[in-house]
Design a protein around this ligand. Structure first.
Ligand code: GLC
Length: 549
């Protein structure tokens, strides 16, 4: 294999484990290198390395060559795909300017749709794939501007009726308000006060931290993450999710609709999407927080939380054939510390479908775990983030990918990737969604297929050494996306139909495709969002003075 010469950006992940005495972070040593694509041989080597530090082979930054769509080198696909140019063109059209500066991308530019709702806004979560695409194309300004603008919005007063939201809350979205008479522009944010259901996004702050790390890791420019403003912004976000309360679990208690699934879908409690993003954001923050004054306290708190969160997630959220069988045989009403069925889950509550769905080889993180409640649904985003962030152990990461392979028809079908599986129907749909006509079975958030998830699937494939799987998914998307006008989501068990109310020219469908393709062309770009496994703490060897003798 051709060696990718080493590039160390924020910190060597191996150094960042849960040993608080070792939380000092290396400064980046950034060198730009020419981009090279992985050839088949590198892939096979990569696939043999999925149990150890992936970052060690993926530590070269993509080399931005300055072309408009430079990453369609076609090494893995046998030639550039016409879609790539189309996608770049569409992505560029979605750029939002504020006082002459690019600050984000609009959620969708669907001229055919009468209802704009809030799709004319820049969503924090939606901008992440756009940002990654721009970073890979060496267009870093838009990402920096976005991070700074949203940071300033964080300090605005957030009220829902007469209730003031926490200082750390980040907006779900913002838009540029233009006053043509006065010739002024202002940024107007939505923290949930205008959102359907009035829910504040829990994921925005986490995505913000994750993006700040991606920016820093890619550009090698630490001045942004080290600035007083960014340090404060991180502390405020962390303050919201690390504050003490009545919790007995290290996971984060959330309301329905506080993430990508921003409507009632029965994910209240401890949804996997938020827990995985929480874990990843904590680890990203750990790499970027300065160990001074206030920062030091947060570093300590993060270390303790990560320790407990990792244990909780890897043990109680994990489901494979063996664990399903254990739960099936659980005793209930166990009192005391020796209880096996800690959350008193009643085996009768296991839905029938899961017994057929669970392959002998494979596993996944459950949708939700709380007292007497396990949501057995499979959720794409949480499971992919668990892989890229190394919340999943290497064995669990392999098992998640095995399950996707085994259940390809159900989870990928004709359009990657199902947001969750399976759909809820009938009476359950009425109770859980409140009869939501947008979330009928196999549509939208309820088992719909979302092209944006392609980039996360690709990242997970690369990390686990399965590029062929990503390639297959990308080709499926390529056969439909342009033809269908980049829809927001697809409907049906196999994802064959353009979604009932799907927007066209949905920006994150476009950007998600570009990121997936560029990442597969140059797997070293994975380092922007990938984290190495946290290594077990090695006890410090204390040698006595006489040791050398
Ligand atoms: C929908 C999605 C949400 C997304 C928004 C803008 O509301 O559920 O995740 O951020 O559209 O695209």
């Amino acid at each position: 294999m051709k060696r990718v010469s080493s590039h160390v950006s924020i910190a060597s992940e191996a150094e960042i484990n849960l040993d608080l005495s070792r939380l000092i972070i290396d400064k980046p040593r950034f060198t730009l290198e020419r981009k090279r694509s992985f050839d088949e041989q590198s892939w096979s080597e990569l696939s043999h390395r999925h149990n150890d530090g992936f970052d060690s082979v993926l530590q070269s930054p993509a080399f931005p060559s300055g072309f408009d769509s430079p990453f369609s080198m076609g090494t893995h696909f046998g030639g550039p795909h016409p879609l790539v140019n189309e996608a770049w063109e569409a992505l560029r059209k979605s750029v939002v300017y504020f006082r002459g500066q690019p600050v984000g991308t609009i959620a969708a530019i669907d001229h055919a749709s009468e209802e704009v709702l809030n799709y004319d806004q820049v969503f924090v979560r939606d901008f992440v794939p756009s940002a990654l695409a721009f970073l890979m194309n060496n267009e870093t300004d838009i990402v920096k501007n976005f991070l700074l603008k949203t940071l300033h919005l964080q300090s605005s007063e957030k009220m829902v009726d007469r209730f003031k939201l926490g200082a750390g809350a980040m907006p779900a979205s913002f838009k540029v308000d233009r006053n043509r008479n006065r010739n002024t522009e202002t940024l107007v944010a939505d923290f949930g006060e205008s959102a359907i259901g009035r829910v504040a996004p829990v994921d925005s702050g986490f995505w913000w931290i994750i993006l700040l790390r991606a920016y820093t890791k890619y550009t090698g420019d630490v001045s942004l993450s080290e600035s007083a403003d960014c340090q404060k912004c991180m502390r405020l976000i962390l303050n919201l999710c690390l504050s003490e309360g009545f919790d007995t679990f290290p996971t984060l208690l959330c309301t329905d609709g506080c993430s990508m699934i921003d409507r009632r879908m029965g994910i209240y409690g401890y949804p996997i999407e938020i827990q995985a993003l929480f874990y990843m954001a904590l680890r990203c923050a750990l790499q970027m927080l300065k160990p001074d004054g206030e920062g030091k306290d947060f570093i300590e708190k993060i270390g303790q939380r990560l320790h407990a969160l990792t244990y909780h997630m890897r043990n109680y959220f994990w489901l494979d054939f063996h664990q399903l069988n254990n739960i099936y045989r659980y005793k209930t009403e166990e009192y005391s510390h020796t209880a096996v069925n800690k959350f008193n889950v009643i085996p009768d509550s296991i839905p029938d479908w899961v017994f057929d769905f669970m392959p002998c080889r494979g596993g996944y993180f459950l949708g939700n775990v709380s007292p007497a409640m396990m949501d057995f649904r499979w959720f794409a985003l949480g499971n992919c983030i668990a892989i890229v962030s190394s919340l999943a152990t290497p064995e669990q990461a392999v098992a998640i990918m095995d399950l996707i392979e085994e259940r390809w028809d159900e989870l990928v079908g004709e359009m990657p990737l199902k947001i969750c599986y399976p759909a809820i129907e009938n009476h359950e749909w009425r109770i859980v969604t409140g009869c939501d006509p947008k979330n009928t079975r196999w549509s939208y958030h309820n088992g719909g297929s979302w092209p944006v998830l392609l980039w996360l699937l690709t990242a997970a494939c690369i990390k686990t050494g399965r590029p062929q799987m990503a390639k297959r998914a990308i080709e499926l998307a390529e056969s439909r996306l342009l033809k269908d006008g980049w829809p927001e989501y697809y409907d049906g068990k196999l994802g064959r139909f353009v979604g009932k109310q799907a927007r066209k020219f949905q920006t994150w469908s476009i950007a998600g495709y570009l990121v997936a393709r560029m990442m597969l062309e140059d797997p070293s770009t994975l380092m922007m969002i990938s984290m190495e496994e946290d290594r077990p703490v090695k006890p410090t060897m204390r040698r006595s003075a006489s040791w050398n003798a």
